[in-house]
Ligand binder design. Structure first.
Ligand SMILES: C[S@@+](CC[C@H](N)C(=O)[O-])C[C@H]1O[C@@H](n2cnc3c(N)ncnc32)[C@H](O)[C@@H]1O
Length: 209
């Protein structure tokens, strides 16, 4: 799906401000209040970086690997930042499957990203992110959670749109939050919007076994 979101990059912020009354953006900004000190972050599918200036205000020395397959989304993210803010960020314009590193991280952020995938691909992505996070590291996830008929209809329309315009693979959402918890993560914070249709969660990676 290389560059799938390029088509939408120019209007993505407007869309996500209008859709669901701005809660897509608000959830990502609100959850930042629950992030403590961190040194190295991996941020996947960061889009136009709506939360990045606020994250850098809070943690100005944070070193970031920022991955997004859309070079136009990355260009929009860079536009939000000063030169000084960019100094600790490496932007990787590539598919997450092609990102290889020996680094480990104490913070992972995957907002409205896991919903692009399903089945084996989703499981592989969650596993590879888990492998890169240190014990006691934080994983922030903002995403949709199906809860009732209206949300079901909304999700159906949303996937029709994103599959047609951006070529994403997914046709429905999965319970990303549960998948992460099942890896042994502890849910430390949970913010809900629109009767739980959007959730922002902070997970902590616990010692194995
Ligand atoms: C739905 S958007 C969410 C953007 C942002 N996180 C937000 O919430 O506003 C998904 C983002 O993930 C990126 N993306 C989708 N599939 C990807 C993949 N396989 N590898 C890397 N990035 C991907 C898209 O380019 C897009 O910027």
């Amino acid at each position: 799906m290389k560059n799938g979101f390029n088509t939408l990059a120019g209007i993505y912020d407007l869309l996500s401000r209008i859709a669901l009354l701005g809660r897509i953006q608000k959830s990502q900004l609100d959850v930042l209040a629950h992030i403590g000190p961190a040194n190295r972050a991996l941020i996947v599918g960061g889009g136009t970086g709506v939360f990045l200036p606020k994250l850098l205000e809070k943690l100005p020395e944070l070193k970031i690997d920022w991955i997004d397959s859309s070079d136009k989304m990355i260009a929009n993210t860079k536009r939000r930042l000063t030169e000084t803010q960019c100094k600790n960020i490496i932007f990787h314009s590539c598919d997450i499957a092609d990102f290889h590193t020996d680094e480990s991280y104490d913070l992972i952020i995957s907002n409205f990203f896991l919903d692009c995938f399903m089945h084996e691909k989703l499981a592989n992505i969650i596993k590879s992110l888990d492998d890169k996070l240190e014990v006691n590291g934080i994983w922030i996830v903002c995403d949709f959670k199906q809860c009732g008929l209206i949300s079901k209809l909304y999700i159906k329309m949303m996937y029709l749109f994103f599959r047609a315009i951006c070529g994403i693979q997914a046709t429905h959402i999965s319970d990303y939050f549960k998948s992460i918890e099942m890896l042994g993560y502890k849910e430390e914070e949970k913010l809900g919007y629109m009767n739980g249709f959007i959730q922002a969660e902070k997970f902590v990676k616990t010692e194995p076994g």
